[in-house]
Design a protein around this ligand. Structure first.
Ligand SMILES: [Zn+2]
Length: 473
């Protein structure tokens, strides 16, 4: 080999090493991502959303450090379809994972897959039976830990999982650190304890209602007939206080996760998102729990993002956003380009999920958010419900109509934020004529797109757990 060739070869090797080093540097420069979903946490019971009880000091602190979306809405009022929308950016009409009998198709592109392909180590740690890998939630995750999911159907509603979750997060972060922090991580953390039954540990039972002397038995919420729309008002107050106790208990454990990130020195290099899959209702419209209606108490969720490298502290976004916007926004904040096929690029622009990064990150002036329509859907008592929510009004359509209920409901959210007065058929309904064609446009646009569900074989043990929670009709 001539001297010139040897020098060239050496140079080439050196260039390769440099290239690899630069690549590794670039990868390390990518932020970590922690997406926390607190199951069943309605926005209006969070301090940062104006709740008078001190239920959520940790979430409130994250909101002060980052951005809080005041009007964030889920695309479904129960765990399976709502989480699938969160993790894919797809509405239920397209991911079609809406029951225990369906699983996400591998053809769909998940947030975890996009991040894994971009060099992330991806980990899911979940604690409820409705977020298990069998429904496709594990698609794209390097590891997916379901060990905290309660196996006994009779115990699943009362399972206490937060301390175990914190230990698993701790172990994951320790492994990542001991492994030399070779890759950025994406951690999806699903926290189950706020989900009914509302049975927090003792100190949290009395925390928000120390004077209660009644004998309320809140166990087995979904099947407990004493918990009904005509129950004693004082007992109902206590039921809500128990729910709030669960929120504080979970928030106190979220604090430990945040503290661990801070101790490792990575908190500010981490995009930390806290949200929920849906809320719960306390007979505002005659029901308890969730999955049965499309009113705001089950669709309005908290959404807080802390990432001081790009998001200035203390922002509050008043415009409406959707759960389907979370995944593209995480990618936008991380600077990761979406894999072709991610989201639903075939949908009309006004129906697609939106990367909110340009509206909240970087230096002002920033553009104002467009008016985003929020669509949501559920099935209950054999019927389909569809809703369109705008900033000022909501249309809910029931197909077929439920017994003793109107088939169409229209609410003026400005005058009636509690959705108590159905304007349909009245002279005051100035909304139906504009909302109906928009809901129909949405249905017809969605029906033209590729859907992403596979049929799932029956699993009696899993079905028993879902039945215990009231999810199987
Ligand atoms: Zn849920």
């Amino acid at each position: 080999m001539s001297r010139v060739v040897r020098v060239l070869a050496l140079l080439s090797v050196a260039a390769g090493v440099l290239w690899a080093w630069a690549g590794a540097r670039a990868r390390q420069a990518q932020p970590n991502i922690v997406l926390v979903s607190i199951d069943s946490l309605r926005a209006d019971h969070v301090g940062a959303y104006g709740y008078p009880r001190d239920t959520s000091p940790t979430i409130d602190g994250l909101a002060r450090d980052g951005v809080l979306f005041e009007q964030a809405f889920s695309s479904a009022p129960w765990t399976i379809p709502a989480h699938m929308s969160l993790l894919t950016g797809l509405p239920p009409e397209l991911h079609r994972v809406e029951s225990r009998a369906s699983k996400l198709s591998p053809d769909a592109v998940t947030l975890a897959e996009v991040l894994r392909d971009a060099g992330y180590t991806t980990a899911g740690i979940v604690s409820g039976p409705t977020v298990m890998g069998r429904y496709g939630f594990d698609q794209g995750f390097t590891s997916y830990d379901e060990s905290m999911v309660e196996k006994r159907p009779a115990r699943v509603a009362n399972a206490v999982t937060s301390p175990g979750l914190v230990r698993l997060v701790d172990a994951f972060l320790t492994r990542w650190h001991d492994g030399g922090r070779a890759q950025p991580f994406f951690l999806f953390l699903h926290m189950w304890d706020v989900h009914y039954d509302y049975a927090p540990p003792d100190t949290y039972v009395r925390r928000f209602d120390p004077d209660y002397t009644g004998g309320l038995d809140a166990r087995d919420l979904e099947h407990n007939t004493r918990l009904n729309a005509r129950m004693d008002a004082r007992d109902l107050q206590h039921l809500v206080a128990l729910y709030d106790g669960e929120i504080r208990y979970t928030d106190d454990h979220l604090a430990q996760v945040v503290a661990r990130l801070r101790t490792l020195g990575v908190l500010d290099d981490t995009i930390l998102v806290v949200t929920a899959d849906h809320g719960d209702e306390f007979f505002e419209h005659g029901q308890k729990g969730h999955a049965k209606t499309l009113y705001d108490e089950v669709l309005h969720v908290p959404l807080v993002v802390r990432y001081p490298r790009r998001i200035a502290a203390g922002q509050r976004v008043a415009e409406q956003v959707r759960a389907t916007d979370v995944a593209p926004t995480i990618l936008g904040l991380a600077g990761v380009a979406a894999t072709p096929g991610f989201g639903a690029p075939g949908l009309a622009r006004e129906h697609r999920s939106l990367d909110l990064t340009p509206y909240v990150a970087g230096a002002p002036p920033r553009p104002g958010l467009p008016a985003l329509p929020a669509f949501s859907t559920t099935r209950w008592l054999g019927g389909r419900q569809n809703a369109l929510r705008t900033a000022g009004a909501k249309l809910i359509r029931y197909q077929p109509p439920l017994p003793h209920r109107a088939g169409i409901e229209v609410f003026d959210l400005g005058a009636d934020p509690g959705e108590q007065t159905n304007l349909h058929g009245s002279m005051r309904d100035q909304f139906l004529a504009t909302l109906t064609p928009r809901l129909e446009d949405w249905a017809s646009d969605a029906s033209r797109q590729t859907t992403h569900a596979l049929a799932l074989a029956p699993a009696p043990e899993q079905d028993a757990r879902l039945r215990a929670l009231g999810y199987v009709e």
